[in-house]
Design a protein around this ligand. Structure first.
Ligand code: TRP
Length: 434
């Protein structure tokens, strides 16, 4: 397959603002037009449930975001544009991944850790007000990505860890059940600057400093008039450095226009005039899309139809792939028994011993689990025969482990309990007995 699959999700928990447009919507739509890419864009409404408990807001945001992407030029014929909750295969895959994902991995997720740290600082129970949904967030996100075997996932920096976790889960699943998933990579758009908001900080819903992308013309004008500036009077030269107004202008203007405004700053343009220029420039780009947006908002049935068609398209991939995954994990038609025996032969990931010689001339071995993680490390033996005899004892005799540990011939690896090692030895013995 030579095409690259690119996928990204948008949580349906707010109203799109200029920062979203510049940072995500506009570059994504441009990228979706590139040759050789197959793009998937979806409304992450299951994710929204983690943050929002007002049903009407979820519905409203889903409508607004769908209308925004279409109004901004996303071509649903060319890409696959769908709503997460229309693809029931995604929660099914979430469960498969839940069963291979280490709980410890999720403990380390930034969003969960931040919640725990905040609670600990406040002296309340660490998990106070933390839902299992928040905890499981990275698994649902991994399912979104792995379901379509996306190669690249354009996201903000705050999401990089989630993509790494998705890779981790994909690798664990592949290791256990065979090669099913592509390992995805995060794609961070370096050239897209973050847009400042009304107060000069990053434009973000959580700072309450946003300019809604499709604010009506008059409201847009008013909001722009409210952008924070310094108190320099008309005629006084102004600094472009640190000027939110200038940065926002730059995100919409051509380099030549930007150079002109820079000159106007140096020449002491009045803030009111600069704001007028910014307003006109933004409105020029937004106005045609705003018209489309308003029309779509008046016709939710058009978006509903479009999203359902998108889901059908997505499921043409998701449904057969899920059939394959169900089979891989063992959720199978009981009448089809023959595959089972064959598979056991070629795919039984087991713990194993690894023997080697060190620079000190002595002979050592390690015991690793099915994923290659170190469980036990031996001390040095004078001959390979001695090391081999120790391995043989461990793999045949359940009491040999305790004896070797007590004699310090063997040590558990950091973070491994003797019980873990014993369980893995047991697993190996069982498999060998078969
Ligand atoms: N978590 C992402 C965000 O908050 C949204 C999202 C959900 C997503 N599933 C995804 C992004 C899958 C990329 C791929 O921005």
């Amino acid at each position: 397959m030579s095409t690259v699959r690119v996928l990204t999700g948008i949580t349906t928990s707010g109203t799109p603002h200029l920062g979203n447009y510049v940072g995500a919507v506009r570059p994504a739509i441009a990228a979706s037009r590139a040759p050789g890419v197959e793009s998937f864009y979806f409304l992450a409404d299951y994710h929204a449930l983690i943050k929002i408990d007002e049903p009407a807001r979820i519905q409203r945001s889903t409508l607004e975001i769908a209308a925004t992407w279409i109004a901004c030029g996303l071509d649903p014929e060319r890409v696959t544009f769908y709503r997460q909750s229309d693809v029931p295969e995604i929660p099914e895959l979430t469960w498969f991944l839940t069963c291979i994902c280490g709980k410890g991995l999720l403990n380390r997720a930034h969003a969960y850790k931040a919640a725990v740290d905040k609670n600990s600082a406040a002296g309340v129970d660490p998990d106070s007000d933390v839902t299992a949904g928040l905890f499981m967030y990275p698994v649902l996100m991994a399912a979104d990505i792995l379901m379509f075997n996306a190669h690249r996932v354009p996201v903000g920096r705050d999401q990089i860890q989630h993509i790494e976790m998705a890779r981790d889960m994909a690798a664990s699943f592949n290791h256990r059940y065979g090669e099913h998933f592509v390992l995805p990579e995060a794609e961070i758009e370096e050239s897209v600057a973050t847009l400042p908001g009304l107060d000069g900080r990053k434009m973000s819903k959580s700072y309450d400093n946003t300019i809604p992308l499709f604010a009506p013309r008059e409201q847009l004008k008013k909001l722009i008039a409210g952008i924070k500036t310094d108190s320099r009077a008309p005629g006084e030269p102004k600094d472009t450095e640190g000027s939110a107004l200038f940065q926002i202008y730059q995100a919409f203007a051509t380099p030549a226009e930007t150079a002109q405004l820079r000159q106007a700053y140096a020449d002491g343009i009045a803030w009111a005039d600069a704001k007028q220029i910014l307003f006109e420039r933004i409105d020029h780009e937004i106005a045609p899309m705003r018209e489309k947006y308003e029309s779509l908002m008046r016709h939710p049935e058009q978006l509903e139809e479009l999203l359902r068609a998108g889901a059908a398209k997505a499921r043409r991939i998701a449904t057969p792939f899920t059939t394959r995954l169900r089979h891989a994990v063992g959720l199978r038609d009981l009448r089809a028994q023959d595959g089972a025996k064959k598979e056991k032969k070629d795919k039984a990931a087991l713990p194993s011993f690894k023997q080697y010689r060190e620079g000190d001339g002595q002979f050592y071995f390690k015991f690793v689990d099915a994923h290659g993680r170190l469980l036990l490390q031996s001390a040095g033996y004078a001959s390979p025969k001695d090391a081999g005899a120790a391995i043989k004892a461990l793999s045949q005799d359940p009491t040999a482990l305790q004896t070797a540990l007590s004699a310090a011939q063997l040590a558990p690896a950091a973070g491994v309990s003797p019980a873990d090692a014993a369980a893995a030895l047991h697993q190996l013995r069982e498999a060998q007995a078969e």
